[in-house]
Design a protein. Structure first.
Length: 300
């Protein structure tokens, strides 16, 4: 049996993960169906482009371009295949967390001809599906974003406060607001909802499976981050700001920039639901009045 190119393309297309191949000039020559599903970008748009396009990949921190330090072409011969947790920009404008692995490819004579790269979505998020079904039944799910609603957040906030006071188990809260939402909402029908869903996905895709995320109001979100200290909570908040800063709403006239502001809070033993909620939303409103994409950290 002779295995031709079509056979191997069909084989790669059966993989749920994304697969693409670049030549030595970093030009994409193959883009699998799995890559299309994860990125929303069809092969006809990607083949022929450069894989080090800043618009395609983003580091998981503020260092920006992953191709500078992590590009497989810059590694010494014989080095193990590099792996990295990066962000892939989806065609709808959001950033998707992915695990990327690059494997150098050689021809029959051992000469390098390119690199095959594999990337997969955060598989842990799939475990949320069962929980989401249960939330729908309990009427604790926001219909627009698929996140928990205000009742969901209150339920988990009460539980976290009780656990902290009883066992000294720390947690943090991120109060997140979309900047200048009234202006965005006035740009046209459906724009506001699109922005809300985009921000919701950014938050949900980049938190751990055991953290609790919910939509509090029209343009407001709350993230309850388990077992963190101030430094860790600040790092998570900065990641959200960074991703929002690099996100935009695609329109025929070009991308519309989106930003959020965040008040990060470490509750103390004297805090209650009422004191946390009232003062934090007030503080976030003041913060948004001074700057866009701003962060304030409060420790009780």
């Amino acid at each position: 049996m002779r295995l031709n190119r079509k056979f191997f393309e069909n084989l790669l297309n059966t993989f749920p993960d994304g697969v693409f191949f670049t030549d030595l000039n970093k030009k994409i020559l193959y883009w699998s169906e799995g890559a299309e599903r994860l990125s929303g970008r069809p092969a006809k748009e990607m083949v022929g482009k450069s894989c080090d396009d800043r618009q395609l990949w983003l580091c998981d921190d503020r260092s920006g371009d992953p191709c500078q330090a992590r590009c497989p072409f810059s590694l010494p011969a014989g080095s193990p295949p590099p792996e990295a947790d990066l962000f892939l920009t989806h065609k709808d404008g959001r950033w998707v967390p992915v695990r990327v692995r690059a494997v150098p490819v050689q021809d029959a004579k051992g000469r390098p001809i390119g690199v095959a790269e594999f990337f997969q979505d955060n598989i842990q998020k799939l475990l949320h599906l069962k929980e989401l079904d249960q939330l729908r039944e309990a009427a604790l799910l926001d219909s627009l974003t698929g996140l928990g609603n205000r009742q969901f957040i209150l339920k988990h906030l009460i539980a976290n406060l009780e656990r902290m006071k009883r066992y000294w188990w720390p947690f943090g809260i991120l109060f997140i607001g979309i900047d200048d939402f009234a202006r965005l909402n006035a740009l046209g029908p459906g724009v506001g909802d699109h922005v809300i869903r985009m921000v919701a996905r950014v938050i949900n895709d980049n938190t751990r499976i055991f953290d609790s995320i919910g939509r509090w109001g029209e343009d407001k979100f709350v993230a309850l981050i388990e077992n963190v200290a101030e430094q860790q909570l600040t790092a998570i908040a900065n990641k959200f700001l960074f991703l929002a800063e690099h996100s935009s709403l695609p329109t025929p006239g070009g991308g519309i920039p989106i930003s959020v502001s965040i008040l990060a809070r470490i509750p103390g033993p004297e805090d209650t639901v009422d004191t946390l909620i009232d003062s934090s939303w007030s503080g976030l409103k003041d913060l948004q009045g001074t700057a866009s994409n701003a962060l304030s950290v409060v420790k009780s």
